[in-house]
Design a protein around this ligand. Structure first.
Ligand code: CO
Length: 140
């Protein structure tokens, strides 16, 4: 079902410092910061020849990154993102298989949100996927 690895996301306490590490120390190309209020993050992408690294900084109240950084003050790997051809088909198959798709409410399955690349995304519970938060991104 899953296709290419789209990105690995690293939560950082300071996006500025993270950008400096990747751009200056590691010599990588880094995109401009993008605020995603609906996800509570500001992101940049490190563009590598075969994949991307997403650097995540907390944005606003109740950001999911705030608690993560409290537990991991230096930052750390936050999630991995796989591409799927149809996110609703993927969601419904995972639910039928008993996996937890984050964001379900009132007995209704989670609806995809629009991610940093303008594509629909969903997140899967880490306890169902080897202890790793998984993002699915629909890439046609
Ligand atoms: Co991501």
């Amino acid at each position: 079902m899953i296709g290419r690895l789209n990105h690995v996301a690293i939560a950082v306490p300071s996006l500025k410092a993270g950008i400096a590490t990747y751009a200056n120390v590691l010599g990588a190309k880094v995109t401009k910061p993008q605020k995603l209020p609906e996800h509570g993050v500001t992101v940049v992408f490190v563009e590598l020849p075969n994949t991307k690294i997403e650097l995540l900084e907390a944005l606003g109240e109740g950001s999911p990154i705030t608690a993560f950084i409290e537990r991991n003050p230096a930052g750390g790997i936050h999630h991995i993102c796989y591409e799927v051809p149809d996110i609703i088909v993927a969601r419904d198959k995972l639910i039928a298989d008993g996996a937890r798709v984050l964001g379900a409410k009132d007995g209704q399955p989670a609806e995809p949100k629009i991610g940093a690349h303008g594509n629909p995304v969903l997140f899967l519970h880490p306890k169902d996927f080897c202890g790793t938060l998984v993002e699915l991104e629909e890439v046609k």
